[in-house]
Structure formats: C-alpha cells, structure tokens
Design a protein around this ligand. Structure first.
Ligand code: PAF
Length: 498
C-alpha cells in the first residue's frame, strides 16, 4: 500500500497495539529479525521510504537498493501485517527540508561528523512517519547505534507517545553486519569487508585506536573514523568508562560500511535509590528477574546489622560497641525460587525478623554509623565488582556504585508511602499504627537518612527520578526496563527469553 487512504484503512482495522518498523527498503535478515521481534508484540507495519533528506549531495541516494517486490515477500515471510511505501509527496507535501537540528551533542562524533545534515534528515523523516502511523512501538536496529540514540532523544524531547525498541545487530557467518549496502560489494570487496568486524572484535579496552586503524588500512579499507565513545552521550571516552562503544566507518571500494562493538570491563550495573516505603524492593526484585540481573537488597543488609545489634543487647547509638559485631559478621543474601530472598546472619535465617517494626524503627540510627556503612559498602562493592547486578538502597548511585550504567531515584509522597507501609504491615501480621503516626515515622526516617554525615540519601546528579504515586507495580517495572534498555544495548545484555 502507498496512499494515505490505504494507511488510514489499515490503521482503522487494528485491534492490537501497532508495532512499526521503518526502513529504507533493500530488506535483509537484519530487518527480518526486527520484524519477527516486533510481531511477537502486535501487528507490524513496515515502511519502505528512501528518505532523500538523509543523503548528502555526493552520497548514494540514486543507486540505493530499491527492491519493493523482494521487500514485500521478506516482510510477509517474517510476519509483517502490511508494507507501506509512501511517496515523497506524502511525507514531504511542502518539499523536503530538514526541520530540526538533531540533538547537537549527539552528532558531533561518529557518523554525525562525516555526514553533515544526515541525522537532521533521519529525525525529520522519523518524526513525520510517527505522526502518520502513530504506533505503540518503534523498532530500530542497534547496528545504527548513533541513529538509535538520537531517535530516542527525539522521542523524549518531543514527548512522542511511542516505545523505542532496539534489536541487536544481525551478522553474516563471517561477522559482517547485515546492511542494505552490502549488496554493492564485489566478491573481492566482500572478503575485504570482513576485516571490519574482525578488527573491532580483536580490540579490548586497552587497545590503542591507531592499531585498529592500521589493521583496517592494511586490509585495503579506507578509514573514515575509529572512535571510542560513551554509548549514551556519544562523547569520546577512555577505559575509565566500564561499557563503551568502539565504532568505525570505512570505505570498501565505493561502499561505506559502519560497525561497532561494545567494550566492557564489567557487566551492567543498575543503582536504585530512594526513601523508605517507595516500593523499591518489590519492583527491583521483579526488574532483576525480568532482565536476568542479580538482585542486591542493601536495605536488608542494614536491617540485618540492626537485628544483630538488637539481639546482642548493644546500644544502637554506640558505634564503638557495634564495631566488634561487624568484625565477626557473616552476612549472606540468597535468592530463593519465586522471587524470594533468604537473609542469613551468622548462619541464622533472619529473613522475616529483619522486617519487624522494632528493626524498622532503629535501622536508620544503626545505618548512620560510619563503621556500619564502611563495612557494608565494602561487601556490596565486592558483590558488584563483576556487574550483572541491580542494587537497591539509599546510597548506591552515590557511594557504592557511582559508575552504575543506570541510576534511578525511586520515590513517592509521604502519604502514599504511609499507605503502602500500612498494607505491608497488615499483610505481615504486625499491628498497624494510625496513618498520621506512620506518616510522621516516615518523614522522620527521611530526615535521618538524608541528613546523616556518612553517605546521606540524596538523588545522584545523573539519576532518573521516578515518582511512583498512582503508578501500578507493573508500570514502574516497565519504566525501569525502558530506562535500562535505553542505556544498555541488547548486544551488551540481551533480554532473557527474547
Ligand atoms: O535506518 C534506516 O533505515 C533509516 O535511517 C530510517 C530509520 C528508516 C529513517 O529513514
């Protein structure tokens, strides 16, 4: 279909949320994977539109593959509900002219530097396509990582109600990333082109970029850029960045090829901080399970020490009396099947006991001692050294994992937290105080947590704030998954089960 009427008729028949895969045609198995992944979530519309705005004057607009018949059969085979090939007139009724300067900082490096105006063209066409199609989800390949980051920014900046979903790069058997432009390559060039992924994959966090440039040049590839950047800001970075993007563009004959790898000194780390009663544990545990991350409940660790202090009859305000308890402390957190967690203190199962109102009442006093924080922070850092973990607490993004890949400050109003606390106490069979008393306790806890000298509860400067009043638990978990996915590529940490 190609006309506005066709599109409108298709959209009006939809019973499920629409999944949109915009393409420029020349479909290959990389697009096929996008379509298959999208089709698992609802009917898929594939658009084919060779966007004149994103080609420079000396680029390959005229010879860009146009193969509508083959595209149609690939889209159909992969489960698309329809293919839409609009005319230039339909997308640009007033003439093709880029309308927006795509997020400046994001196009200074990589392809943005060598293709001036390219991302303005991409942003303009995608904004127009989204306006016409109004999908629930927009599916894009991670192969064009810079494009994905820029389009995510477009959607966020303009508050476009669409979920952006990235899909890992699909590769040929020899590692070459699938691209519509691969069909320009002669057999000899095709062989040469495989050096691009090979050189990138051979690199690690310490490899000088010049070595990679030399490997590419030695294979007869003309290097446009080899850069290492932070995957979110797209600004140059070094090995201090735990997960970085090593990206390159080369010319193989007359064909421009791009590729990248993610260099990792550890697996992803997520920090979730926030005040008491914001529902952190429930959503963090579910988020960890959904993403296949280890869940670290640091609140349970502070509660465990508080329980031990109480049980030992030690004055909770006396740091010197607590120190020996810490020296002999054996604190273990074990995940149980069905989202549970077992907490062991010196071999004793305290999972339930640490949730008592007595422990709740004392935990911020005990957790304020420098000796307690230092002992538990050291244990937490050791647990998270390899990454692959989401930690939840009050100082994770500031003191424990300041280099976390995603930091979230999860909060809710005092009234909402008191309501949740009452429900929790009731479910656990503890007496439920008056609502006003609970609110006062929570406000006092906030005051203690955020004014203590050692690692006070504060929102990290680079944390995303999520105020959960009125949000269902599932909506909060979905928001966490979306934040995680916008920072950590599928290629770095695939979603389990996808
Ligand atoms: O990646 C592409 O094929 C294009 O840049 C896109 C997103 C379809 C916009 O023309």
């Amino acid at each position: 279909m190609s006309t506005q009427a066709d599109l409108d008729a298709f959209l009006s028949r939809l019973a499920q949320p629409l999944q949109f895969v915009p393409t420029m045609g020349g479909l290959h198995d990389g697009h096929g994977e996008l379509i298959r992944r999208a089709a698992a979530h609802g009917p898929v519309l594939v658009s084919v539109f060779v966007n004149p705005l994103q080609f420079g004057p000396a680029e390959d607009f005229d010879r860009y593959p146009r193969s509508l018949e083959t595209d149609l059969s690939l889209a159909d085979r992969c489960g698309a509900a329809a293919l839409w090939a609009p005319s230039v007139q339909m997308i640009y009724p007033d003439g093709a002219c880029p309308s927006r300067n795509a997020a400046d900082g994001l196009q200074q490096h990589l392809c943005g530097a060598g293709r001036p105006g390219h991302f303005d063209g991409v942003v303009t066409v995608v904004a127009r396509l989204l306006h016409l199609v109004r999908p629930a989800s927009l599916w894009l390949g991670e192969k064009d990582w810079q494009q994905l980051v820029i389009l995510r920014r477009l959607v966020a900046d303009l508050c476009i109600p669409v979920k952006v979903q990235g899909v890992a790069t699909v590769r040929e058997a020899d590692g070459l990333a699938m691209s519509s432009r691969n069909r320009y390559l002669t057999p000899a060039e095709r062989h040469q082109a495989a050096t691009l992924p090979a050189a990138l994959r051979a690199a690690d966090a310490t490899t000088p970029l010049d070595i990679i440039r030399s490997m590419l040049s030695a294979a007869g590839l003309e290097v446009e850029y080899v850069e290492r950047v932070d995957p979110i800001t797209l600004q140059p970075c070094g090995s201090e960045t735990a997960i970085s993007l090593l990206a390159a563009a080369v010319r193989c004959g007359t064909t421009r090829l791009i590729d990248h790898v993610f260099l990792m000194t550890r697996q992803p780390l997520v920090a979730i901080d926030g005040p008491a009663g914001a529902g952190k544990s429930t959503v963090t545990r579910a988020f960890a399970e959904r993403m296949g991350l280890i869940y670290l409940d640091t609140g349970a660790m502070y509660r465990s020490v508080t329980w031990l202090v109480q049980k030992s009859g030690v004055d909770p305000t006396d740091a010197a009396a607590i120190t020996p308890l810490l020296q002999s402390l054996d604190l273990q957190l074990r995940s149980l099947p069905c989202s549970g967690q077992q907490v062991l203190v010196n071999g004793e199962d305290v999972s339930e006991a640490i949730r008592s109102p007595e422990v709740t009442g004392l935990v911020s006093v005990v957790a304020a001692h420098r000796c307690v924080r230092q002992a538990l922070t050291a244990q937490q850092k050791a647990m998270g050294a390899k990454g692959g973990l989401v930690a939840e607490g009050r100082d994770i993004g500031t003191a424990v994992f300041p280099d976390a890949d995603l930091k979230v400050f999860l909060t809710a109003t005092v009234g909402e937290r008191a309501r949740r606390r009452a429900l929790d106490l009731e479910q656990r069979g503890f007496p439920v105080p008056e609502r006003s008393e609970l609110e006062a306790q929570i406000a006092e806890r906030d005051r203690l947590d955020s004014t203590r000298e050692e690692a006070p509860l504060v929102k990290a400067a680079d944390a995303v704030e999520l105020i959960t009043d009125g949000m269902s638990i599932d909506a909060v978990i979905d928001a966490l998954v979306e934040q995680f996915r916008s920072r950590v590529a599928e290629e770095v940490w695939p979603t389990p089960g996808d």
